[in-house]
Design a protein around this ligand. Sequence first.
Ligand code: ZN
Length: 287
Amino acid sequence: MRVANIDGRLTLSRPDGLLDVAEASGGRFGPDPQQAFDDWEAFSRWAHEFVRDGQADSGPRPAPGDGVVWGPPVPRPAQIFAVGLNYRDHVIESGLSIPDEPAVFTKFATSLTGHDQPVTLPEGLVDWEVELVVVIGRRCHLATRETAWSHVAGVTVGQDLSERRLQLTGPAPQFSLGKSYPGFAPTGPELVTVDELADPDDLEIGCTLEGGEVLQKSRTSNMIFDVPELIVRLSAVCPLLPGDLIFTGTPAGVGGARTPQKFLAPGDVLVSWIEGLGELRNPMLSS
Ligand code: ZN
């Protein structure tokens, strides 16, 4: 099952088109995409049945330029966790040593945006970091590896956009602030449930500049702390709540680690993709 936020409304995405959930469910589920997480189990049960049995009464899938707004699949998460230095090759390109514990920070919620939404570049050095984003579906505290995936509603593509000057300024680095300008947390286009994926722990992941070079390409199986391990370690401290996001870290190929360094510029279109999840496209604009 694939869930999107279209024009601010909770939407089911099928190969033949999009279905407005409030209309299709006769009002049983409301139009607010965030409310799907009030009772994710009931919603996903209904939605799986509807996707399987429902009539194809929807229009064709919208394309870029069709005038619809793809919002973030989870527009108002209670908590956003992000993990730095979680791929071995990215740790090495950063000149650091392999961590014993996940390096956790947050991206503030005002940085969220969706697919096909432009990002206004602030002053500074804005870098790309394609990441698998995990969406929690069921509250969990003190999770175990064995049950960790059962707390997950689905996964989506994300970018942990980062202004490197602010991120690395000061006696203690400013990860959360430097990664939270408006638009610095694009997610989407869709939340995809784990049953759609042959192996959710091993997905090809990458990003490119549209019409240009491949910037990053790896597999999520190269994570140092995999998704179950991140859920165990985070939920050992913080209860994870339905709708919470976990940005799981980025592989090698970021601009700041290159010689010479390379950063995003106005006119660039950043295309981020993960096998089975689709493409997240974001044009960069000047401020
Ligand atoms: Zn990151």
